[in-house]
Design a protein around this ligand. Structure first.
Ligand code: PHE
Length: 514
């Protein structure tokens, strides 16, 4: 109302700092009052009652130390004053000075007082050498305190800033003009056309509020699924539409055998060591895997076979029976592939196998399997690493698969996620050969980021399971967190996973809306 009345009387408001807000004693020159005014301006602007322009100001305020100096004088003035209480020519020792004005003031003040030519050395002590001083620092600070600036100009201000006695403060103020709907009445425009208005005819003269197509809308106040679960669901649907079946992944605890040995990871591999794998102490020993499979695996490690030289290192039963938190879901894939090869080993189909028995063949059935679940690694935690994360795992088993099938799969899968620019880089895994790291181009970051690891499983892994030689299997592991963070612009993993996730960040995530 104040603004409208002012506009009515004077045609414009040239400087909102000259307005005096209702109930205020002085004009609204402070930042807080200008913020209040800005709120009113925006509300009037939305009704096109006014136009306004904003202007920035830079002023200065005192730091706590600056305020103290404005009150008591600068450190150098305190030094000079301490020397003045003594009779002329009687020196004070630095230790005495410290006692009188304190360590800090004595330390900083002495140097400046020397530089100003106010004091001099006298034997072991200090004496004053001028009879009056002008405390420029104090005077300047007082000026800043009352005017927000200095007539001496920017150089002196910069000096005080460097000494941390003052800091810059940004402010704003506004000029205001009448808008097309200017009126001094702040009656709210109508937001609804009602039956009453229609019957009484009031609609003819009523002022209606304009539609705001830029409004963000009201946040849904129902529950919200976590962004990670949303992306998991999205990936799961892609796999399902590509004909994949989901693997059971409920066992977080695996044995060294299934997590590593079955995958032909050498028993001395660094990934098995304490820094990467969480081992269990209770129970300490896993149940034994099927006897003959166990023997085939230990043999291929120790002595080779299936065209391989093996690692030619002693086999450790204990290592194989250690219990651990799975470091990758490839442990689950190993279980599933072993199961898939059952008929090839001549074992009778189990009830839960979608059995197509009675066929005169080697028993192999192609399979496409995926899983999305947690894995655990003893990593140093930082903005992008936690000790647990989700892996998107998959395997495809068929006769005569090649690396081109793997690359083709990746292109299709990622294009369904909206990522079409992929690169593949040779990599190393003990259980795949060749192995490929997958990079996707991230347009917002304008760089290539690693999104997954993959490869063709080695015969040393597949053949002890019982697969015929012409059956090839390719597999991959993709992080779930990495693409989710990239997609939703989250740069700290702790705001995505764990007990510190702000509920608000979940409720307000754009992921909630799809
Ligand atoms: N297990 C691998 C990892 O944790 C991913 C992977 C799975 C690689 C299957 C190749 C084949 O990074």
């Amino acid at each position: 109302q104040l603004i409208l009345d002012h506009l009515d009387a004077h045609g414009s408001v040239d400087d909102t700092r000259t307005l005096t807000l209702p109930g205020a004693a002085a004009p609204a020159s402070d930042a807080e009052s200008q913020t209040t005014i800005l709120g009113a301006l925006n509300s009037l602007l939305s009704r096109e009652m006014i136009h306004y322009e904003s202007h920035e100001t830079i002023s200065h305020v005192l730091t706590p130390e600056g305020a103290q100096i404005a009150r008591q004088g600068s450190h150098e003035a305190l030094v000079w004053t301490a020397l003045s209480v003594k009779e002329a020519g009687t020196p004070i020792t630095p230790a005495q000075l410290k006692q009188i004005i304190g360590d800090e003031a004595a330390k900083v003040g002495q140097g400046r007082a020397f530089k100003n030519g106010w004091i001099a050395k006298h034997g072991n002590g200090l004496v004053k050498v001028v009879s009056t001083i002008e405390d420029v620092t104090q005077n300047e600070l007082r000026a800043v305190e009352s005017t927000g600036t200095l007539s001496a100009g920017e150089k002196s201000l910069a000096d005080l800033r460097k000494r941390k006695l003052i800091v810059q403060k940004k402010g704003q103020w506004f000029t205001v003009q009448k808008g097309p709907n200017f009126s001094t009445s702040t009656a709210k425009p109508e937001t609804d056309l009602t039956v009453d208005m229609l019957t009484s005819g009031a609609w003819k003269s009523a002022q209606f509020k304009k539609y705001n197509f830029e409004a963000e809308g009201i946040y849904p106040n129902g529950g919200a699924l976590h962004p990670l679960l949303k992306v998991r669901e999205e990936m799961r649907n892609i796999f399902l539409e590509m004909g994949f079946a989901e693997m059971p992944t409920s066992s977080f605890v695996e044995s060294g055998f299934w997590c590593f040995d079955a995958l032909f990871v050498p028993q001395q591999h660094p990934a098995r060591e304490m820094q990467d794998t969480f081992y269990l102490s209770d129970p300490i020993k896993a149940l034994s895997p099927p006897r003959d499979y166990y023997e085939r695996v230990s043999r291929v490690h120790e002595h080779g076979g299936f065209g391989s030289a093996g690692y030619r290192a002693p086999w450790s039963d204990a290592e194989s029976h250690k219990l651990l938190l799975r470091t990758h879901t490839t442990a689950s894939s190993a279980h599933m592939l072993y199961k898939l090869a059952a008929r090839c080993r001549g074992e009778p189909p189990k009830e839960d196998d979608d059995a197509r028995s009675g066929r005169d063949d080697d028993g192999f059935r192609p399979a496409k399997l995926f899983s999305i679940d947690r894995v655990f690694r003893n990593e140093t935690m930082d903005a992008t690493h936690l000790a647990e994360f989700h892996q998107v795992e998959g395997v495809v088993a068929d006769r005569g698969l090649t690396l081109a099938d793997l690359i083709g799969f990746m292109r299709v899968f990622f294009s369904k996620m909206g990522i079409s620019n992929l690169r593949f880089k040779p990599a190393y895994n003990p259980y795949t050969e060749p192995s490929l790291e997958i990079f996707a181009f991230h347009p917002m970051l304008n760089k290539w980021v690693e999104v997954g690891n993959s490869g063709m499983f080695r015969p040393e892994m597949l053949e002890p399971m019982g697969f015929p030689k012409d059956v090839h299997v390719h597999g991959w592991g993709i992080s779930l967190e990495r693409p989710t963070m990239i997609r939703y612009g989250i740069n700290n993993i702790r705001t995505l996973v764990g007990h510190k996730v702000p509920i608000e960040s979940v409720e307000k995530s754009p992921a909630v809306r799809f």
